[in-house]
Design a protein around this ligand. Structure first.
Ligand code: URA
Length: 209
């Protein structure tokens, strides 16, 4: 699928299956989310630009590759997106963080913003929006609308599971935003849940149901 990177790494697929299983405990679900966050972060940063830096090893001087440009920004959509944050920060410890609080109106399924706090200088930074579930696409679109409003120009979206409906809607609104996902599931049900999915990611991660 154009514009979608399907992360088929066996470790990601194995961990995702453990998470989908209804018998996965809250503790394991959270740990697995963290571990997959690391692996997805590795994939989404695969083509980051490098520059060379002159350094001296204990043996000799050399020019060695180092990440170029400003620190990237991780933008978790609250609350489930937070599940990816620690793992991603382990890999990119200097990243900046933008928190975007959105909840899904249970009737309209539209995204309602209740919190937004981002670094001021987004224009020259890669912004990676993270949310485990790309379902209707409404939250992802609202988060990206808001980030663009405050200056973000280069945005990527990382999720664990995507519904075909969510992918089409997000790509329709933001064709410039590439998507990284571990799986594309079959469909959305009438309540806006991904099928077969894994249920409510936030509830499973935080034990709120
Ligand atoms: N959000 C979730 O947590 N799960 C879904 O299946 C859809 C949206």
């Amino acid at each position: 699928m154009q514009g979608v990177h399907l992360v088929e790494h066996p470790l990601v697929q194995h961990k995702l299956t453990l998470m989908r299983d209804i018998s996965c405990s809250t503790r394991s679900f959270r740990e697995l989310m963290n571990e997959i966050g690391i692996l997805l972060c590795y994939e989404v940063t695969r083509d980051l630009p490098l520059e060379t830096k002159a350094i001296t090893t204990p043996i000799t001087a050399m020019k060695a590759p180092i990440l170029a440009g400003k620190k990237l920004v991780l933008a978790p959509i609250l609350r489930a997106g937070v599940g990816f944050l620690d793992g991603m920060l382990q890999l990119v410890p200097s990243a900046r963080v933008a928190h975007i609080g959105l909840y899904r109106d249970p009737v309209t399924l539209g995204a309602v913003e209740y919190y937004f706090k981002a670094p001021h200088d987004l224009r020259d930074r890669l912004v990676i929006v993270v949310d485990p579930m790309l379902a209707t696409g409404n939250s992802a679109i609202a988060a990206i609308d808001r980030l663009k409003e405050v200056g973000a120009a280069e945005i990527r979206f990382v999720c664990l599971l995507a519904a075909p409906e969510g992918i089409s809607k997000l790509q329709g609104h933001h064709p410039d935003v590439k998507i990284w996902t571990a799986a594309i599931d079959e469909k959305l049900n009438e309540h806006g849940y991904i099928v077969p999915g894994l249920g409510d990611a936030g509830d499973r991660m935080f034990g709120t149901k």
